[in-house]
Design a protein around this ligand. Structure first.
Ligand SMILES: Cc1ncc(COP(=O)(O)O)c(C=O)c1O
Length: 369
């Protein structure tokens, strides 16, 4: 049977999402006992202890979750003066993107985005027969003027990823404000702020634009700061009318009760949040200092990862670090040739990383076996 003839043409052209290398894959390849996983921007301190405690005391898993998630949605909305009706929940923010695109994208619509940015955006646009319009970054940062110039009457959605994955860079708040004001109101502005909590003060707070520009939708996640990547919880903040349309196509029960319970508990875990942010800030300062000492350029990061320029190709550098037990992400797989994307780890992990990068800067990448 030739299934290619059956599959939707746009699906035939897609490649499956490739996540970062897992520790078990690295172990299989190199046979080392210990790996430091700095490939997926996870919280190096683990999971919020309050979330874990709440998960341990869960019962009644035979009962479906209350799919309204009213308490959680109200809680997420409250810091911005919004209500539950401003919040769309998802099985990670990936799922939120899928839900929004399902609701809004029709064949031939254009989705303006930076290049490179989070790979799900161009892929999901293609899935709905829409056209990703990719606007190159300028010096590693969203070129908002060029993105505005790329808007046409066919533009349905504009995506700003702030901080941007894979570069870690943020947009300048005054420039974003001008951009948001200039964007025609009928365009949905998606602001992916998966790393919002790590940003320096004075950065863009996407949620504030929901009020001043109602077609704005902000994406947030518990996968990073709260250490709940495996559980899957993300959400969008947006105008109630936009959210209500997305609700029509959201998959029922897409957020499990364990995810709901852990997500709520994590929001109360001020101690874990503080420790996580302090660890990230200290790691960021250490890496900035050490990378400069090694003569390795890194984009200024507003997130929990850095995009580091490496000698040779990114894939060679990735392999060289992997055989020393450090798992990173090759920029070759992310549209960022010549750089690695590296999660900021614990002090011990960061020191091991710098040791491996120093060897790489000194000796170059070993010849492929
Ligand atoms: C910019 C950005 N958006 C969204 C996501 C997806 O996060 P989630 O785990 O909530 O699906 C990621 C994950 O790496 C990301 O970097």
């Amino acid at each position: 049977m030739e299934y290619r003839a059956l599959v939707r043409p746009q699906v035939a052209s897609l490649k499956p999402y490739t996540p970062g290398t897992t520790v078990s894959q690295a172990r299989k390849k190199y046979g080392l006992d210990r790996f430091v996983k700095l490939s997926s921007n996870e919280n190096p301190l683990g999971t919020s202890p309050l979330a874990l405690e709440a998960l341990r005391s869960m019962t009644d898993l035979n009962i479906y979750v209350d799919d309204d998630h009213a308490a959680l949605r109200a809680r997420l909305a409250a810091p911005y003066g919004f209500g539950a009706e401003h919040v769309l929940v998802g099985h990670g923010s990936n799922d939120v993107v899928r839900t929004l695109f399902t609701a809004f994208l029709a064949p031939g619509d254009e989705v303006v985005m930076a290049d490179p940015t989070f790979s799900l955006f161009p892929k999901d646009a293609v899935l709905f027969d829409a056209v990703p319009v990719k606007v190159p970054l300028r010096d590693g940062v969203h070129d908002l003027d060029a993105m505005l110039a790329a808007v046409t009457p066919r533009t349905k959605i504009v995506v700003v990823c702030d901080p941007n994955n894979p570069t870690g860079t943020r947009v300048e708040p005054a420039a974003f404000e001008r951009f948001a004001r200039a964007l025609p109101p009928q365009i949905v502005l998606v602001v992916d702020q998966a790393y919002r909590e790590y940003m320096p003060s004075g950065s863009v707070e996407g949620a504030e634009f929901v009020r001043s520009r109602p077609g704005t939708v902000v994406l947030r996640t518990h996968s990073k700061l709260y250490g709940l990547a495996a559980l899957r919880f993300g959400y969008a903040l947006g105008d109630p009318e936009v959210i209500a349309y997305a609700q029509r196509v959201r998959l029922p029960f897409n957020v499990s009760r364990p995810a709901e319970v852990a997500a709520l508990a994590a929001l109360d875990d001020a101690a874990f949040v503080r420790r996580s942010l302090e660890t990230n800030e200290a790691g960021k300062a250490y890496l900035a200092r050490e990378l400069a000492r090694l003569g390795l350029d890194a984009y200024p990061t507003a997130a929990n990862f850095v995009a580091v320029a490496v000698p040779g190709t990114a894939t060679e550098a990735y392999e060289a670090l992997l055989c020393r037990g450090i798992v990173t992400r090759s920029g070759d797989a992310l549209g960022m040739p010549g750089r690695l994307r590296i999660t900021i780890g614990t002090p011990e992990q960061n020191a091991l990383l710098i040791e491996a990068l120093a060897a790489l800067a000194r000796d170059g990448a070993p010849a492929p076996a």
